[in-house]
Write a protein that binds this ligand. Structure first.
Ligand code: TNX
Length: 526
């Protein structure tokens, strides 16, 4: 190893080269590393051409290099230990060989190569003519969890398509593979549905926002809104697929549905009229009526959603379902009696069971927030456990898949330091270290048969208070870097001091090059 390489490669025995997330193993040497010039040859096995294209763009490699000099080779070996997302990267004087268990593994290996090349490989400007000196190294790597997610709430504040594509690039750089898009809520419906144009004509717009007190910056008289067309969403899905990321859409029901009810008041309960799109925060009292017409409506909505999103999981929300309107509604009470349900909890679970069945019949799987446990979990349902571990433990123990995302650790709308100058007025503090030290498998499940039902974890960015891309960046980074390591790296590779050092030595520079408006380690005003 040359002295120059030693700096980036890290000391043997550490996680090496300041990679984030930390790989399974990192073995320096032997000999010198490659220098990749613009003419470096890039061979891509079938299925890895997309990764090759992106690598060329990251490193400014010419489309067809001369037949001499170091090579980058991308290959697939289905026998590689660790599954389709695993990879092995060997860098030596001859070049770089990335072997993936599948095309996804090759893609994650390419992300590691980009980190090895240094922060300049994250700049947007074309870098033609640049030579990249890489350390000599063998990296063996595989993800801990299959679901490594980021949830983005585009309902409370709309994020235009370009912003979503940019977030996908950032996720890919961190080996995250699930974008959970929270597309509907009380404050806005963001997905175009051909059959029901009012959902976006009316439901995508609110006249003002009322957060906090009259003088708060998020108490305004400005209209807010926007939505994605089918074409926008198809583009997002394809862009994600090119980065081995699955987009899981969320269509909320039966609560958090005021925007839909504003568009089609008959979706709501009798006597409550058109509530308009909600301009407030918190839990709206409006809830879907338990009628056959409402079920048909959401089947038709979901049918269009399935045409756009090929993901196996479809999120139907299910959280914070307000039940007061049902208590006084003759239609709801009649439904409870007719179906032999115990109470309003049973009614909530009646909705979820219906869509669990409906999605299963179409080869998809339902996932919902942990409130879907209330009144009995639908047979095929998976659970996003957000109110703590308990819902997740109950679901996993009953044989249901779980994504652990407790608000006590991974809520990105919570402030990241107690200081007065933190921009978020939310009271709870979840520091970078809190996120880093989050363990998705609680002791109650560790070593148990049910542990395998913890399929992963995700961080959730709720955007009641996040009204710009810069704010979204600030809330999300660097905490999503920590979550990425929680989701990807083996527990034995995780160490807070080591992570903090890798961040300072190398990773903040990568985020800088990417133009991410992250929270600086010293706080908002260093
Ligand atoms: C609870 S988490 C909610 C969201 C809010 C969030 C704010 C969940 C499933 N429901 O509607 O945005 O708290 O932290």
């Amino acid at each position: 190893m040359t002295a120059e390489n030693a700096e980036t490669a890290g000391a043997p025995g550490t996680t090496g080269a300041d990679l984030v997330p930390a790989p399974l193993t990192y073995t320096p040497g032997p000999g010198a590393g490659p220098a990749l010039g613009p003419g470096a040859v890039l061979h891509a096995a079938p299925g890895t051409e997309g990764t090759a294209r992106l690598l060329r763009a990251f490193l400014g490699l010419e489309p067809s290099g001369a037949e001499h000099g170091p090579r980058v080779r991308l290959t697939v070996d289905p026998e590689l230990a660790g599954g389709p997302e695993a990879y092995r990267l060997i860098a030596n004087e001859d070049g770089v060989l990335i072997t993936g268990g599948g095309p996804a593994g090759v893609f994650w290996g390419a992300q590691t190569l980009r980190q090895l090349a240094g922060s300049d490989a994250y700049r947007h400007a074309p870098l033609t003519g640049r030579e990249w000196r890489l350390p000599a190294v063998t990296v063996e790597d595989a993800p801990r969890f299959a679901w490594r997610g980021f949830m983005l709430d585009v309902s409370r504040h709309f994020l235009p398509k370009a912003g979503v594509l940019r977030q996908l690039d950032l996720m890919a750089a961190h080996k995250l593979n699930v974008l959970h898009l929270h597309l509907t809520d009380d404050q806005g419906w963001r997905v175009q549905i051909d059959r029901y144009p009012e959902l976006t004509a009316t439901g995508a717009w609110r006249p003002r926002s009322r957060y906090g007190h009259r003088h708060s910056p998020l108490w305004d008289e400005r209209p807010h809104g926007g939505f994605y067309t089918r074409e926008d969403l198809r583009e997002i899905v394809a862009y994600a697929a090119g980065r081995h990321i699955t987009v899981v859409p969320e269509i909320e029901l039966p609560g958090h549905s005021q925007a839909a009810i504003a568009a089609y008041p008959w979706l709501g309960n009798e006597g409550h009229g058109s509530p308009g799109v909600w301009t407030d925060w918190g839990i709206s009292p409006h809830v879907l009526a338990p009628t056959d017409e409402v079920l048909r409506f959401y089947e038709n909505v979901l049918a269009e959603v399935l045409e756009i999103f090929p993901s196996r999981f479809i999120h139907i929300g299910g959280d914070e379902c307000p039940k007061d309107q049902w208590r006084t509604s003759p239609v709801a009470q009649e439904r409870i009696a007719r179906e032999g349900l115990r109470d309003e909890d049973g009614l909530q679970s009646w909705f979820i069971r219906h869509f669990d069945r409906w999605l299963s019949e179409r080869g998809r799987r339902l996932i919902g927030w942990d409130e879907i446990l209330e009144g009995g979990l639908a047979p095929g349902a998976a659970v996003s456990s957000w109110r703590g571990y308990e819902g997740g433990i109950a679901a996993a123990s009953a044989g249901h898949d779980v994504v652990m995302c407790p608000e006590q650790f991974v809520y990105l709308d919570h402030r990241q330091a107690p200081g007065e100058d933190e921009p978020m007025p939310v009271g709870w503090v979840r520091t970078l270290r809190d996120v880093y030290e989050f363990e998705p498998v609680p002791p109650a499940l560790a070593g148990q048969e049910a542990e395998r039902h913890v399929i992963g974890t995700q961080a959730n960015l709720w955007t009641e208070l996040v009204d710009s891309e810069a704010r979204a960046d600030y809330q999300t980074y660097p905490r999503l870097c920590a979550l990425a390591e929680v989701a990807w790296s083996a527990p034995g590779r995780r160490s807070w001091p080591d992570f903090a050092q890798r961040m300072t030595r190398a990773h903040y520079a990568r985020l800088d090059a990417l133009g991410v408006a992250y929270r600086p380690p010293g706080g908002p005003h260093p």
